[in-house]
Design a protein around this ligand. Structure first.
Ligand code: FAD
Length: 379
């Protein structure tokens, strides 16, 4: 890649993260908190957070590059999509001085982690339908509702919960964001039994009149979607980076295998039926990465609208490239593709996550149909 697209600084960061992550292979089933904390000490987790609050002063471009390289090394930190990218960004951009001082240095140095909950069982992809409601009680807030599929609530010190205020219960969504501590009274979580070989669990949450102080509200209660998308666009860019990293990891394993494995008189990689789909997977991942870099660049430059479209497209392209790369990688290994030893089979389900979350393939196609192409809506 030329310097036009990636600076020398970014290349150096990539190399450093790759070397670090390759030295920390993932051991299935073990806690990845020590890896998180080491990465934080090296400045990788908070690279996007403001320097004044202990961060690296970079942006989503740097943070997404870190996550991609960790994924390419086979050890991605899923919670990077949430803690520094969504929560860190929203607090940096809209938090009070006290909230910034309380959370940002801790998110950057790895001592604290924050989860993010928007998905609801009865709203799903239609976040305008969320019903988690905040009502005032004196100076406090009382938050009631349900969330589903929220990642890492058990390891996070708090969850940034998207709700709406009582008087905004109907009509267009005017979201408001609350920091809910893990041990708040009335805040219950139940792990969902997912078919995913990951350390980060997903939870169903019940908030039953959770009492929160006035300063649990991040940003303005009327600021609406702008505040929310300040966090959701980085989430999409980070999910794209997560998918590209995973795709690169799977592809590299397959290429390594195809170079060596010989069942006739030449390595299987010499057969074009094996080589071409791997080459296509590489091209698709590279293209997805270009779009991801564009989205990150627009976001970091403050173009929220441009970043919205690019982040959606990048997430779409990366998820599709990842699913195809993993599928072809598994196929390349024949029977070994399905053994635990080679570690690729579990990526079949893991790769699908980026096609569904945080916004599904179809919802991105809807967005591009309506927003970019100006086609009418079916819903
Ligand atoms: C591993 C994992 C981790 C997650 N982590 C988090 C988290 O940390 N925090 C959080 O808040 N959420 C999280 N989620 C939730 C995720 O964001 C949702 O699963 C996603 O937004 C889709 O919502 P849904 O599952 O309710 O699907 P639904 O909205 O029910 O959609 C089901 C299917 O219908 C399609 N569909 C829906 N509407 C339309 C339409 N108008 N046109 C065409 N097709 C349509 C969808 O594309 C999808 O294929 C996570 C999910 C997973 C799988």
């Amino acid at each position: 890649m030329t310097t036009l697209i990636e600076s020398e600084e970014h290349k150096a960061l990539r190399e450093a993260v790759a070397a670090f992550a390759n030295n920390h292979p993932r051991t299935p089933g073990t806690d990845n908190r020590p890896f998180w904390q080491e990465a934080a000490k090296l400045g990788y987790i908070g690279v996007n957070l403001p320097e004044a609050y202990g961060g690296g002063g970079g942006g989503i471009a740097e943070l997404s590059l870190v996550l991609e390289e960790m994924g390419a090394a086979g050890n991605p930190l899923l919670m990077m999509i949430v803690s520094p990218a969504i929560c860190g960004t929203v607090i940096s951009r809209f938090g009070t001085e006290a909230q910034k001082r309380e959370w940002l240095p801790a998110l950057a140095d790895g001592s604290r982690l924050m989860a993010f909950g928007i998905t609801e069982p009865d709203a799903g992809s239609n976040s305008h339908r969320i019903t988690t409601t905040a009502r005032r009680d004196g100076a406090d807030w009382l938050l009631t509702g349900r969330k589903v599929f929220v990642s890492g609530v058990d390891i996070a010190d708090a969850t940034l919960v998207v709700g709406r205020t009582e008087d905004a219960r109907t009509g267009k969504l005017k979201p408001c964001l609350f920091i809910v501590p893990r041990d708040a009274e009335g805040f219950q979580r139940r792990p969902i039994d997912m078919e995913l070989n990951a350390v980060e669990k997903q939870f169903e949450l019940v908030l039953d009149d959770v009492r929160l102080p006035a300063d649990a509200l991040v940003g303005d209660e009327d600021a609406g979607l702008l505040q929310l998308f300040a966090g959701l666009n980085p989430e999409r860019v980070m999910t794209a980076a997560f998918a590209i990293g995973m795709g690169r990891h799977a592809l590299a394993r397959a290429v390594e295998y195809a170079r060596e494995r010989t069942v006739w008189n030449a390595p299987i990689g010499s057969h074009q039926a094996i080589a071409h789909p791997l080459a296509q997977a590489h091209i698709d991942l590279e293209l997805a990465r270009l779009m991801t870099q564009k989205a990150a660049h627009l976001y970091d430059a403050g173009d929220d609208t441009g970043a919205g479209e690019a982040a959606n497209m990048a997430k779409y392209a990366a998820a599709e490239a990842c699913v195809k790369a993993v599928d072809q990688a598994v196929h390349t290994l024949g029977g070994n593709g399905l053994t635990r030893e080679y570690g690729l089979a579990s990526l079949i389900t893991a790769a699908r996550v980026s096609r569904i979350a945080p916004v599904s393939r179809e919802m991105i196609l809807n967005y591009v149909s309506h927003q970019t192409l100006g086609l009418p809506k079916s819903y």
